[in-house]
Design a protein around this ligand. Sequence first.
Ligand code: RIB
Length: 296
Amino acid sequence: MKKIGVVGSINMDMTVTAERIPQKGETLKGDDLKYIPGGKGANQAVAMARLGADVEMFGCVGNDSAGKDLLENLKNMGVKTGHIRIVDQAPTGLALITVGENDNTIVVVAGANDCVDIDYVNEIKDSLLECEMVLLQHEIPQETVEYTAKLCADNGVKVVLNPAPARPVKQEILEKVTYLTPNEHETVILFGEDQSFEELMKKYPEKLVITQGSRGVSTCLKNGEIVLVPARKSKVVDTTGAGDTLNGAFTVAITEGRGIEDALKFANVAAGLSIEKFGAQGGMPVYEDVIKELGE
Ligand code: RIB
């Protein structure tokens, strides 16, 4: 099986459910509080392992109980963790999440994720370059993201950059990555507002994939046709991690040789299934669930 790598964040999600998301300055009574595994990097790794992929997670956790629990969780989910570093100088990353009214808000405190630096990437280089594809997000330092993307691309390893949360990326790096998967807001931060989404997708055919929440996901095929794969109709419980499931499933589908439109259909179904259960990782489907729904 072809190995997939993730270089990214590992967080403990402190998730509160409430009847709605509070407004600025408002105090609201919550219904429930849970500490559950999260982090965009770890979520994407788990999404891929659930789908049967051979996945290694690269990142850092603190030398604390959250770090231990998160490492244990990754192992239980079938993700390789041999190169995850346990650091003394920072606590494990934490995300404060409010889930309400079919949506969420998230505040992330990076902690140990900020220790995923260029020196660390140089140390894991050999294992990283054994991967067929590597997934990156924006919850580790930007210079690490850009260094890793360049290192992988220059050594023939395909890179999926999920630029979440939004922040600018050097043009040179945008050119190097194989797939770029922003949502609409992140697209504006990356490319500005001068060009329409359609123009941008035409400029980067079968590379720029724009996720559009409940509308679905779009790309431009090499023949110039824009395709929109509509979102699956789901009974929403918790949308946290839907984007991570989509990115993970998309990567698995591309690795198994699907064309981009097919890969997006596969990813959309996986993401749609994931939001029917609580927690970023709680609803991530296994391969057979997705295949069944695709009717394959
Ligand atoms: O994408 C969802 C994730 O974002 C959460 O699990 C949280 O940890 C934040 O990183």
